[in-house]
Design a protein around this ligand. Structure first.
Ligand code: FPP
Length: 248
C-alpha cells in the first residue's frame, strides 16, 4: 500500500498538531515487560513522529509527555520517566539539531526535578536559532492549571491598573496562556483507543479536529501521523458555519 505521505495535499498541511501519547503501559504489559519498558519504546515513536512532522512541513508539534496528574503515579514510575526524559534529551539533541528542530515547553516546569530542568534549558538554548519544526513538550502540564494561572495573572494586571476588564476578550486572554505565541492546533491525535482529552489544551482545541487511533503509542510511527493528517485533510472544517457558507 502506498504511503499516506504521497497522498497528502501539500497546501493543507496543519500548522500545529498536538498528540496525547497514550498506551505505553498496556504495550509493555502486552509484551510481558515492566511499564517503564513501554515508556522507553515510546521514545522511538517520538523520534519517528518528530522526523515525520518536519518532513511534511508541520510547524508546531505539541507532545503531552507528562501531566500534572502523572505525579500521582508510583514513585518508581515517576522517577523512571524523569530519568528517561533526561536520557532522551541527551541522546536526541544532535538529531534535533540536524533536523533543524526548535524546542520549547509548556507546563509547570518549575515543578520538574533540577536535573530535567537543566537539561531542558541547555537543549532549548542550543536549538534556539533553528527554523524548522517547533517541538513543544507539555511537562507537568494540565489545562485547568494553565487556565487558572492565566486568570491569576490577568486579575493581578487588572488590580495593578495595567488592564481594564472591559477590554478582556479571547485574544487578550490567550496572551496569558502558556501557548501565547503558538497557533491553536488544527489536529489533536490520541493513541490507544481512549476517547478522552485528559486535561490537555482545553482552550486551544475549541475547533481542533480530533483523531483517535487504536494503536498504542510505542507502535505509532510517522506513517501513522501521515494517515491522521490525511484523515484531517478529508474533513470539512466549518467553525460553526454551514457548508454552503464555506463554498461562497
Ligand atoms: C502514557 O502512557 C504515556 C506517558 C504518561 C508518558 C509519555 C512519555 C514518553 C513517550 C517518553 C518520553 C517522552 C519524550 C518527549 C522524550 P500510559 O503510561 O498512560 O499507558 P497506559 O494507559 O497503557 O497505562
Amino acid at each position: 500500500m502506498e504511503s499516506f505521505r504521497n497522498r497528502l495535499n501539500k497546501n493543507t498541511i496543519p500548522e500545529h498538531v498536538a498528540i496525547i501519547m497514550d498506551g505505553n503501559g498496556r504495550w509493555a504489559a502486552k509484551h510481558g515487560k515492566a511499564r517503564v519498558f513501554g515508556h522507553e519504546s515510546g521514545v522511538e515513536s517520538v523520534r519517528s513522529v518528530v522526523e515525520g512532522a518536519g518532513e511534511i512541513g508541520i510547524k508546531y508539534l505539541t507532545l503531552y509527555a507528562f501531566s500534572t496528574e502523572n505525579w500521582d503515579r508510583p514513585k518508581e514510575e515517576v522517577d523512571a520517566l524523569m530519568e528517561l526524559l533526561v536520557h532522551a534529551i541527551e541522546i536526541e539533541t544532535e538529531s534535533l539539531m540536524k533536523n533543524n528542530v526548535r524546542l520549547s515547553t509548556i507546563g509547570d516546569i518549575d515543578s520538574m526535578p533540577t536535573k530535567v530542568k537543566e537539561k531542558l534549558e541547555r537543549c532549548i538554548d542550543f536549538l534556539n536559532s533553528n527554523t524548522g519544526l517547533n517541538l513543544i513538550l507539555a511537562l507537568s502540564y494540565s489545562s485547568k492549571w494553565e487556565i487558572v494561572n492565566a486568570v491569576k495573572e490577568l486579575v493581578q494586571d487588572v488590580m495593578n491598573n495595567k488592564l481594564k476588564p472591559e477590554i478582556i476578550n479571547n485574544e487578550l486572554f490567550e496572551n496569558y496562556l502558556n501557548t501565547a505565541e503558538i497557533p491553536d492546533p488544527e489536529l489533536l491525535i490520541r493513541t490507544s483507543g481512549e476517547y478522552r482529552i485528559s486535561n490537555f489544551l482545553l482552550w486551544q482545541i475549541a475547533y481542533s479536529e480530533l483523531y483517535f487511533t487504536e494503536k498504542l503509542w510505542p507502535d505509532f510511527r510517522k506513517d501513522d501521523l501521515f494517515e491522521a493528517v490525511f484523515d484531517y485533510q478529508n474533513r470539512e472544517r466549518r467553525f460553526g458555519k454551514t457548508s454552503e457558507q464555506l463554498i461562497s
